[in-house]
Ligand binder design. Structure first.
Ligand SMILES: Cc1cc2nc3c(=O)[nH]c(=O)nc-3n(C[C@H](O)[C@H](O)[C@H](O)COP(=O)(O)O)c2cc1C
Length: 398
């Protein structure tokens, strides 16, 4: 069995994005329409820039899938850039003559990757950095994550995300199990209730009028994960650590919390731990009545919903640019402005869902791995069965 790994390649205004996902077993149903539905969710959002109207993303399956079923070989996808016709010279992979417009730019944007990227890679044209640092790359992640999500569905694991704040506006606390996720899906700001929806939109409108940008916090939740994904035995196997890295890798994400991690610090320990009680329906089983830990203890899923909060900063590119410098001359100028979002929180939600899906798919493959989906399901069923026998008199778990 191939170890699960995935990667993306491609620049924002280049010919397109390439995605490779390895380690998915044979026998999983997946098709381009399913992937397109997931990718369309990344394109919706109040306060999104003009590019969303051009993109209409579709990932073409180019390898690893035959007649809508995975083969067990690497899955390759190609997402064509529908706007490339306007960038053929500027983003040509091949040399172009000097009299053509290469859309070079040198006015570094504070808060973007421009400054460290230009110095690290010795680029005098900042476009060489921003084209890859742009969140356009997250389209490729959502394509990869669609495959992960499809695999998780086979094991009853579903993932949702919503905005719990936008700028200074916060939504009321709602237990993730009580959120109406259809309402979230219908909201352009991915709010769970109509009052938050109106306040989040007003905050975006005010930010637009002020020619600035606002960030927010997302709640990303996985339901149905079995006990025991990840492990306490090594730092790099801990599920919470892996989720934190994955979330932090999303463009503009600057904070990650598992469960009520930050609020827990101000509460007495007796109120923070999730007390374990016997399940009245089956004395051999246990459950927890609260979920402050966000579904992970000791780096392992504990059977409760996995709950993460992800803080995303206001985006750096603004119609009223900050003062900055020219990377080559040192001249004081205004930072560059390229078509940009006012608030990307809603669009980042499917990306954050996708990153959680990719981490959980990896953990599910480690735990129940097999070359075919049927083999994985046998492993999964055997494991669940062993829990049912756990503690039963005479029911020895081997
Ligand atoms: C969905 C999404 C859309 C984004 N859109 C923009 C944008 O339009 N303009 C911009 O400057 N940054 C945007 N960003 C953020 C930048 O890509 C990010 O700030 C930049 O790569 C620098 O990295 P850092 O903020 O993680 O340090 C977006 C991020 C996400 C997740």
């Amino acid at each position: 069995m191939t170890e699960f790994r995935w990667t993306t390649a491609g620049e924002s205004h280049g010919p397109g994005l390439t995605v490779i996902v390895e380690g998915i077993p044979s026998g999983l149903n997946i098709d381009e329409d399913y992937i397109e539905r997931q990718m369309a969710r990344r394109q919706k959002g109040y306060g999104s820039g003009g590019r969303m109207k051009i993109e209409k993303d579709r990932a073409e399956l180019r390898g690893g899938v035959r007649h809508g079923v995975t083969l067990g070989s690497p899955i390759a996808m190609w997402i064509e850039n529908r706007d490339f016709a306007n960038w053929t010279d500027a983003m040509s992979p091949n040399p172009v003559s000097d009299d053509l417009d290469k859309k070079s730019h040198t006015r570094i944007v504070p808060g973007h990757a421009d400054f460290p990227g230009a110095l690290k890679y010795l680029h005098h044209d900042v476009r060489n950095v921003l084209e890859r640092a742009s969140a356009r790359e997250t389209a490729a992640r959502v394509a990869a994550a669609s495959v992960a999500r499809r695999l998780l569905e086979e094991f009853g694991i579903t993932i949702h995300a919503r905005a719990i704040s936008t700028g200074a506006e916060k939504s009321p606390d709602i237990n993730p199990a009580d959120v109406n996720w259809d309402d979230v899906e219908a909201s352009e700001v991915r709010a769970a209730d109509s009052d938050s929806d109106a306040r989040f939109k007003a905050a975006i409108d005010a930010s637009k009028a002020d020619r600035t940008t606002i960030g927010g916090v997302m709640e990303v939740v996985a339901f149905g994960a079995p006990v025991g994904l990840g492990s306490h035995v090594g730092w790099d196997r801990k599920l919470d650590a892996r989720i934190a890295q994955a979330m932090m890798s999303i463009n503009a994400v600057k904070g990650v919390e598992i469960g009520s991690g930050f609020a827990n610090t101000a509460r007495p320990g007796r109120e923070v731990q999730d007390v374990i009680v016997p399940d009245p329906s089956d004395p051999r089983r246990f459950r927890q009545e609260s979920n402050h830990a966000g579904g992970i203890e000791g780096g392992m899923s504990n059977g409760n919903p996995i709950v993460t909060h992800v803080a995303i900063k206001p985006i750096a590119t603004m119609t009223r640019p900050l003062p900055s410098v020219d990377i080559n001359t040192g001249e004081v100028i205004e930072a560059a402005y390229n078509r940009s979002d006012i608030c990307q929180v809603a669009r980042a939600c499917p990306v954050a869902e996708g990153m959680l899906a990719l981490v959980l798919a990896h953990a599910v493959l480690e735990k129940f791995g097999g070359d075919s989906l049927a083999e994985m399901k046998r492993n999964y069923d055997g494991y669940i069965q062993s829990h049912q026998e756990f503690g039963r008199p005479g029911g020895q778990v081997s």
